[in-house]
Ligand binder design. Structure first.
Ligand SMILES: Nc1ncnc2c1ncn2[C@@H]1O[C@H](COP(=O)(O)OP(=O)(O)OP(=O)(O)O)[C@@H](O)[C@H]1O
Ligand SMILES: [Mg+2]
Length: 271
């Protein structure tokens, strides 16, 4: 047997969030969130506007400090680690606004992310996943189309070969045809790099297609979670929780507590 050289992975998960509450100015906007992602897995975080999706991502990426609960990366608590440090430890966040340098070219945006020494190598790898960016290399990011900008934002996040890739509002403002192209890119990344991918996606149907599991947030709590194959059969439940209608969720389930759907053995397989 080959010896594992990775850090101790107590749970086999890349990310392990346990009863995490987080918010702003001492007020929690997400409460007691628990979620996990294994290497190579794509997980969707769904929920209506203001449900707390971005806040959850911000806490995971170290941009805000959780008020209670724990976040572990590869079995080790991230408490006290800055966003910068977490980025070096393999957490890459593609924020809602994409945060590109608009006056720099595509190539320069990728170079800034790669730091010293590894520029060409990482650029080549990014282009393998996103060949569409080749024709954009010399163009300023600000001049790219929305879809190209989103590809560049994902490409830039890929540069450090993240263990955990977090994408907020993947398809915001993009044409469906562009989204149809981008989501398989995430699948490719998860499969080939064994990266864990956490994606916030407004198009529930697309998210359900690309992710193996999903969590639905309503009013800052996880109200529904499970394998997407199982969640698809409870469409009305998703609709109710997606639109934050806790009364409807309660009526449908007999309880407003989190609904756990069994995870198919297939999605629990070893990496
Ligand atoms: N910087 C902030 N300071 C104070 N409150 C905030 C801040 N950012 C978000 N909030 C509040 O926290 C709640 C959750 O917001 P969050 O951005 O996490 O939701 P979201 O699910 O990402 O919504 P959307 O789908 O609109 O992006 C909202 O009520 C929002 O007003
Ligand atoms: Mg958001």
């Amino acid at each position: 047997m080959s010896k594992r050289d990775a850090p101790v992975e107590t749970s086999g998960q890349i990310l392990d969030v346990t009863r995490m509450s987080a918010g702003y100015n001492g007020l929690a906007v997400v409460r007691e969130i628990s979620l996990t992602i294994a290497p190579g897995e794509i997980v969707a975080l769904l929920g209506s506007n203001g449900a707390g999706k971005t806040t959850t991502l911000a806490a995971i990426a170290g941009l805000i400090k959780p008020m209670t609960g724990e976040i572990s990366l590869r079995g080790t608590s991230t408490a006290g680690r800055s966003a910068h440090r977490l980025a070096r430890d393999g957490v890459a966040l593609v924020p809602e606004d994409r945060a590109l340098f608009h006056d720099l070219t595509t190539r320069e945006n990728l170079r800034v992310a790669s730091g010293r020494g590894r520029g060409n190598e990482s650029e080549e790898q990014v282009l393998e996943f996103l060949p569409e960016l080749k024709k954009c290399l010399g163009r300023k990011a600000g001049m790219l189309s929305g879809g190209e900008q989103q590809m560049l934002a994902v490409g830039r996040a890929l540069v450090g070969q993240p263990k955990l890739l977090i994408v907020d509002e993947m398809s915001l403002g993009l044409a469906p045809v562009v989204v149809e192209r981008l989501l398989p890119v995430l699948q490719d990344i998860a499969a080939k790099l064994n990266t864990a991918v956490l994606v916030v996606e407004q198009h529930v149907a697309l998210a359900m297609e690309v992710a193996s599991r999903a969590y639905v947030l309503a009013h800052g709590r996880v109200v529904l979670e499970g394998a997407t194959a199982d969640l698809r059969s409870s469409q009305s439940l998703i609709a109710a929780s997606y639109f934050g209608d806790l009364d409807a969720v309660e009526a449908l389930t007999g309880s407003a507590e989190t609904q756990h759907h069994p995870i198919e053995p297939e999605t629990a397989k070893a990496p």
